[in-house]
Design a protein around this ligand. Structure first.
Ligand code: E4P
Length: 234
């Protein structure tokens, strides 16, 4: 399964890239609002650091507006994927982008049927929001499971991207459900690295190493043998 970072923070993206675990990035207007500045410049920098697709979201509410924004994003870098919301205008825009060879990520998917429609229209990525469904007491992971089955059963040319991930368990469940991608906040990626027994184990090994080195150094010290002593004055 591919792992994307769900962020617009450059340092987080750089760190995940250095760890060798970064496959792509998703941004959205709320994530961009936390960072500010020029969205275009930010996207160019993210695309430079990221080895795979970078999603940039349109905000227009009409088809022509979505197309204009998306085409401008697509000109910024070859790995841009235009993020389009699930709605009637969004489907039309996704279809038109596909005709132009521009890849899209259909966002704000909350049902398997919405995902099926986005795939039919030509979206490369289908983004069901797991956490926001869980928040309203529905099983977000069920949409992932259903949509993965539909995509595979009907050999659709789209990948399921588990979005709105809130904790590491979501990542495991999305992987087990066969989701092609999960996009995670940097905090969740960090949580995946750590385990209390790993952290405790690292500390214990380091402490024992220091003790062993100190003991070895003490036993190697000259302890007053005849050859080490100065000759006695006559
Ligand atoms: C990613 O593409 C989505 O925009 C994001 O995962 C939404 O996450 P949230 O529900 O935590 O805002």
């Amino acid at each position: 399964m591919k792992l994307f970072l769900d962020t617009a923070e450059i340092e987080e993206i750089r760190t995940a890239a250095r760890w060798g675990v970064l496959d792509g990035v998703t941004t959205n207007p709320s994530l961009y609002a936390k960072v500010g500045g020029s969205y275009d410049e930010l996207l160019v920098e993210i695309c430079r650091i990221t080895p795979g697709p970078v999603s940039a979201e349109v905000v227009a509410d009409d088809v022509e507006g979505m197309l204009k924004e998306g085409r401008a994003f697509a000109r910024l870098a070859p790995n841009i994927v235009v993020k389009v919301p699930m709605c009637e205008e969004g489907l039309e825009a996704i279809y038109r982008f596909a005709e132009e060879g521009i890849k899209t990520n259909c966002t704000l998917i909350f049902s398997a049927n919405q995902g099926l429609l986005a795939a039919k229209a030509g979206a490369s990525l289908l983004s069901p929001f797991v956490g926001r469904l869980d928040d309203i007491n529905q099983d977000g992971m069920e949409v992932i499971r259903d949509l993965v089955s539909i995509v595979e059963m009907h050999d659709l040319d789209s990948e399921v991207l588990a979005a709105s991930i809130r904790h590491p368990r979501h990542v495991t469940e999305a992987a087990l459900a066969g989701s092609h991608i999960a996009t995670l906040p940097f905090k969740v990626l960090q949580q995946m690295v750590h385990h209390p027994l790993t952290d405790k184990g690292i500390q214990t090994f380091r402490d024992d190493w220091q003790k062993a080195r100190a003991a070895a150094a003490a036993s190697a010290k000259p302890t007053g043998t005849a050859s080490a002593r100065k000759p006695a004055a006559r």
